[in-house]
Structures are given as structure tokens and as C-alpha cells.
Design a protein around this ligand. Structure first.
Ligand SMILES: *Cc1c(COP(=O)(O)O)cnc(C)c1O
Length: 392
């Protein structure tokens, strides 16, 4: 079956005697047992809940893995993966990461005796040279957010496996519709399911998928033992959102391409960051590992005030953190989602103050382009006025 069919074709309620056509919300903490000594499939919702089990099985299938685990947020999912690393061991991470992941790694993991080192993953020699006998996990995103840098997942997985190291890929910007890291050699794929998987900015969730049984057992122990599993109602919302993943992304992606091209043609825009507009060899790598460019893009104008004026003048693009919802959003990553990264590192990792990130929604693209057009005009007028004041 093709992907769009698989999104809609699964058993919504295994074993339910009423045979519902959709997954019920099993809103219960406990399950009665027939027998005082032998337990049935479910006993306590932290350990397992039928609504969560359906969404976990479905996300595992979509990523072409065998076991899936859903957590209360994306960061809870990332935390669970970091539990595979013991004190004294190391994580080698890409130096372009989501701000909250960076905060978890640098301010919480280091206190637990786990050293995290950051390397530019576009430099594969540096990745290989940075591994040592303590390295347990390699961690990356591709394309990265907000600079949309493409990392060669196959190449990194090759280096990792020659050295007995696990590779985890945060696939939040692509979703399994456009990229499936396990097929490229990753051991673990994870999501902030808050983003494209849910797609409506109305629920927080995280997901981890693996295809190795032993890793699956370890992750189950962590999910049950630490208690971060996704609640039944949120599992239902996630599952509901996932059904329209390809429908939403087809529209959002086609809108994003038109907006990226429009931005690229603006004299006020210095550079657009979008996988489809990337230079070689990034474009070649992206085309070899993903089937689309997604709906997140960013651009720089060379002038932080000008960028800010654009962001504030748009009417259809909500100023919010996050991405992946059906509504278009706009933000200044240096001030918002990546503010948790210390200033000196933001500069080093070059998240410029004039960088504008857009998550393109499912609106009519003509309206979105009109809105950006008026925002650019507004920002230019402001700029002229500011210069006139300065000249006085
Ligand atoms: C948002 C995000 C996260 C964190 O997920 P939450 O659901 O907000 O906890 C992790 N990685 C990436 C790439 C993200 O965009």
C-alpha cells in the first residue's frame, strides 16, 4: 500500500468487542483483571493503554520500524532516548539542534555526568575523528531547524556503525511521509509529534521508533519505569491528526515551494534557506534521502529591524514558536525558539538576529503571498522613515 493509504488503513481498536470504526479513548488508569495472579494485556495505563498502543503501532509502521513509543512531549521522547546513555558515556551531537534539545543536553545531561560534544555534521571527517571509546550515541536532525542544513544520514550511520555507536535522528521537520531515517541506517528515529504528526498545534506529544528488539525492550522499560507515556486523550488527538499527514503536507509543501521562490526573488532578501533551494552537495544529499522539501523555510534580510518589521506586519502568519501546523506561522528564531541557546553559541552556530522562520500552512497560497507582499512593503516604508529620522 502507498503511504496515503497506510495513514488511513490500520486496526483502530484491536480486540474491542464492539468493533468501532475509530479508536476509542480508553480514558482509564486501571484495567480489571479476570484473575488475581495472571494479568491480561493491560493493567495500568502508565504501562500500557489501548489508545496509546494503536498510535504507537501506527507511527512504528509509518517509520518502517517495529516498536513505537509515544511520550507526553517531544522533549520527553528525547529524554527517554538519552536514558540509553550512562554516566561517563558521551553523546556526539550535531551543532545545529533545536534549542530545547540543546538545553536538555547542556544543562541537564552534563549534570548527570554525560558529556555532550558538538560537531559540524557536514564535516564527516570531523564526525569520525570526534568519536572515542566513550561515545554511545550520535544525535542529529535533518534538515536542521531553523537553518535547514541537510545532514547525510546514511554517511553518518555508516561512520557510527563502524564504531559500534547508535544513531538517533530527530525527524520532526520531515515526518515519515517525506523521510524515513531507519531505512537510511539510523537506529532510532524520534519526533516532536507536536509538529507535523499532530499538525494542528493543539496537542503536545513525542514519539520514538526503533527496529531492534533489544532497543525496543530498553525503551519500553524507560517509558514504563519513568512514566512519560502519552495520555489516552492526547493519543487519540495525535492519531486523528496523523490520518491527514500526507494531505496536509502535500498542500503545505506546495505552498512552501511557491513562497520560497517568491522570497528568493525579493531584492530585500539576502538568502532563503529551504532544502529545495540548497546548493550542491546539500541538495543532492537531501534528494537522496527525502522525497520532499517540507513546509519550513527561513530567510535573512541583512537587517534585524527590517526582519522584525516583516514578522510583525504579517496578518495571516501568527507569531508563534513551533511549526508544522495547518496555520502559517512566523518567528525570529534568535529571539524565540532558540533563545534557550546561550548568546555566544547562537552566534557560533550562526543563528542570525535577522533570520525569519516561516512554517507554511494550508491556506490559499495567493493570500499568503499577498500578505507577505504587504509586509515587505510596510517594512521598506519603515526603513525609509527610520533612515530619514537618522539623517535629520
Ligand atoms: C519542537 C521540537 C522538539 C521538542 O518537542 P516538544 O514537543 O516541544 O517537546 C524537538 N525537536 C525538534 C526538531 C523540534 O522542532
Amino acid at each position: 500500500m502507498k503511504f496515503a493509504t497506510r495513514l488511513l488503513t490500520f486496526d483502530p481498536a484491536p480486540g474491542d468487542r464492539f468493533i468501532p470504526a475509530n479508536t476509542p479513548i480508553y480514558q482509564t488508569a486501571t484495567f480489571r483483571q479476570q484473575d488475581a495472579t495472571e494479568f491480561g494485556e493491560y493493567d495500568y495505563s502508565r504501562s500500557g493503554n489501548p489508545t496509546r498502543a494503536v498510535v504507537e503501532k501506527q507511527i512504528a509502521a509509518l517509520e518502517n520500524g517495529t516498536r513505537g513509543f509515544c511520550f507526553s512531549t517531544g522533549l520527553a521522547a528525547i529524554t527517554a532516548v538519552t536514558r540509553l546513555v550512562s554516566p561517563g558515556e558521551e553523546i556526539l551531537a550535531c551543532d545545529d539542534l533545536y534549542g530545547g534539545t540543546y538545553r536538555l543536553f547542556s544543562r541537564i545531561l552534563t549534570k548527570r555526568g554525560i558529556n555532550v560534544r558538538y560537531v559540524d555534521f557536514n564535516n564527516l571527517d570531523a564526525v569520525a575523528a570526534s568519536l572515542n571509546s566513550n561515545t554511545k550515541l550520535i544525535y542529529l536532525e535533518s534538515p536542521t531547524n531553523p537553518l535547514l542544513q541537510v545532514i547525510d544520514i546514511r554517511a553518518v550511520a555508516g561512520i557510527a556503525h563502524r564504531n559500534g555507536v547508535l544513531v538517533c535522528v530527530d525527524n520532526s521537520t520531515m515526518s515519515p511521509y517525506l523521510q524515513r531515517p531507519l531505512e537510511l541506517g539510523a537506529d532510532i528515529v524520534l519526533h516532536s509529534a507536536t509538529k507535523f504528526l499532530c499538525g494542528h498545534s493543539d496537542v503536545m506529544a513525542g514519539a520514538v521508533v526503533v527496529s531492534d528488539d533489544e532497543l525496543g525492550e530498553e525503551l519500553y522499560l524507560i517509558q514504563n519505569g519513568e512514566g512519560g507515556g502519552l495520555a489516552p486523550f492526547d493519543s487519540f488527538l495525535l492519531l486523528r491528526g496523523m490520518k491527514t499527514l500526507s494531505l496536509r503536507l502535500d498542500r503545505q509543501q506546495s505552498n512552501a515551494r511557491k513562497i520560497a521562490e517568491w522570497l528568493d526573488a525579493q531584492p530585500a532578501v539576502e538568502r532563503v534557506y529551504y532544502p529545495g533551494l540548497a546548493d550542491e552537495p546539500q541538495l543532492r544529499v537531501h534528494r537522496a534521502q527525502a522525497s520532499g522539501d517540507g513546509a519550513v523555510l527561513s530567510f535573512v534580510t541583512g537587517d534585524a529591524e527590517f526582519s522584525r518589521a516583516i514578522v510583525e506586519a504579517t496578518k495571516l502568519f501568527n507569531i508563534t514558536v513551533s511549526f508544522g501546523g495547518v496555520n502559517s506561522t512566523i518567528s525570529l528564531p534568535n529571539y524565540m525558539s532558540h533563545a534557550s541557546i546561550p548568546q555566544h553559541l547562537r552566534q557560533q552556530k550562526s543563528i542570525p538576529a535577522d533570520l525569519v522562520r516561516i512554517s507554511v500552512g494550508a491556506e490559499d497560497v495567493e493570500d499568503l503571498l499577498d500578505d507577505l507582499g504587504q509586509a515587505f512593503e510596510f517594512a521598506s516604508r519603515q526603513n525609509v522613515e527610520a533612515r530619514a529620522v537618522a539623517a535629520d
